[in-house]
Design a protein around this ligand. Structure first.
Ligand code: GLV
Ligand code: MN
Ligand code: MN
Length: 421
């Protein structure tokens, strides 16, 4: 039976969700556990309840929306993404996977299909690192990569903890967030590409084989401050100038890496005291560094660390280097990708294999169960900006392919050697 997601309904929901934002349209800002994030969660749960789907939340605020299977004892197939959005982002990053996932569940049910295995939609807590400085918080904890103690130690810029900020329906110990490896049978995430390749080649669907590995570092530079007029240049230990040199090393290390996929970004710079007539004495940099090739990434990071130490020694500035996270890349499951490719062929969609340079909750779900991702094109590859855009046709194709692939995965026979119930 062909599945027919209701695309006008999905587009309407995408635009309603985009209105829940701390910044005016077209910008979307929904930072974890802000009023807007809480409103978006409530709105999503109401859509699920309207569709007659059971919902629950875990202790870190991951939301689960379940379409029952005919054999409820079996491990569910899962899909999902995130609804949080960095400041001044767009309306499609993460939300296409969540609302497209919800539409896929409804399409399966409206076609009169009852999958063998339950199908679960997950809205992951804080895929974006905005509040606590660490990305994929919900899926990271589900996979056990971040434990309960690590999560309890997190503080936002105002010194508030996760337990303080989480809403009332997210109860229980943070220890309970971690899942067993057998919790899910398979996971597949729908997402906009966030890069230009699909649009440039006129390809409908990207099937992601590998997800780049992100690493993030917090560097604190302590120099000595003083009067901008009174302290001679030869006497200075300017923390900002040391940091500025290091930011250029980050760029050079990425540019000169033998891997084409190495990228490095110094996205956070805080300069204190931040007065025009005062020498910077205390500077914070946050650096994001990524590659699909772990060895190339680590080599480039070693170089940055060595050169940063030399720069700070030369300038008489103290450097404290802290690793926020350093995650290995994920390889997607070839069998899910083959199944999705067959479904794309049957639906008449062109498709290509690709890598994901952005990270996603799939990076952590891949540690729990065989995982894959479906990408759809977005305009000019723009993302994390208000003019991010995916066309109705692209969203329709991605959601239809997701629905078929979820249903097929949910109906797969049990693998002979791995009972999963
Ligand atoms: C996720 O949003 C990323 O930064 O890749
Ligand atoms: Mn994002
Ligand atoms: Mn995303």
């Amino acid at each position: 039976m062909p599945l027919a997601p209701d695309i006008p309904r999905l587009l309407d929901e995408l635009s309603k969700l985009a209105e829940i934002s701390a910044h005016p349209a077209p910008a979307v800002t929904r930072v974890l556990f802000s009023a807007e994030d809480l409103a978006a969660r409530k709105w999503l749960l109401a859509r699920a309840a309207e569709a007659g789907l059971a919902t629950r939340a875990d202790a870190v605020g991951n939301l689960f929306i379940t379409l029952p299977g005919s054999e409820p004892g079996l491990a569910p197939v899962a899909t999902g993404s995130h609804t949080d959005a960095i400041p001044n982002a767009g309306a499609y990053d993460g939300t296409v996977g969540v609302l497209g996932g919800l539409e896929a569940l409804r399409a399966i049910r409206e076609a009169g299909e009852t999958p063998r295995r339950p199908i679960e939609l997950v809205m992951f807590t804080a895929e974006e690192p905005t509040r606590f400085g660490i990305g994929c918080l919900g899926s990271r904890m589900m996979a056990g990569t971040l434990g309960a103690d690590g999560a309890r130690a997190l503080r936002d810029a105002d010194g508030r903890s996760l337990e303080e900020l989480r809403p009332g329906d997210c109860t229980g110990p943070l220890e309970s967030v971690q899942l067993r490896d057998s919790t899910y049978f398979r996971f597949i995430e729908l997402h906009i590409e966030q890069g230009p390749e699909l649009e440039a080649t006129g390809t409908d669907i990207g099937l992601v084989g590998k997800i780049a590995a992100p690493a993030a570092f917090r560097l604190r530079f302590s120099g000595s401050g003083g009067h901008a007029g009174a302290v001679l240049m030869s006497e200075r230990h300017d923390a900002f100038l040391a940091a500025a040199e290091v930011a250029l090393v980050v760029e050079r290390a990425a540019l000169e890496s033998p891997s084409n996929d190495t990228v490095g970004t110094t996205g956070v710079v805080e300069v204190k005291p931040g007065a025009i007539n005062s020498i910077p004495c205390d500077v914070l940099l946050e650096i994001d560094f990524r590659d699909t090739d772990l060895a190339a990434r680590e080599e480039a990071i070693d170089r940055i660390r060595r050169e940063a130490t030399r720069i700070c020694d030369r300038r008489g500035v103290r450097l404290d280097w802290a690793c926020i996270n350093s995650d290995p890349p994920a390889t997607c499951d070839p069998a899910i990708l083959e199944l999705a490719a067959r479904n794309a062929d049957a639906l008449g969609y062109s498709h290509t294999r690709m890598i994901s340079r952005a990270y996603h909750d799939s990076l952590f779900m891949a540690r729990l169960c065989p995982t894959a991702m479906i990408f759809i094109p977005c305009r000019k590859g723009w993302s994390h900006r208000p003019d991010e855009y995916a066309s109705p046709e692209a969203i329709a194709r991605g959601t239809t392919l997701l629905a078929h692939t979820l249903l097929d995965l949910a109906n797969l026979p049990d693998p002979p050697d791995t009972p999963d119930a």
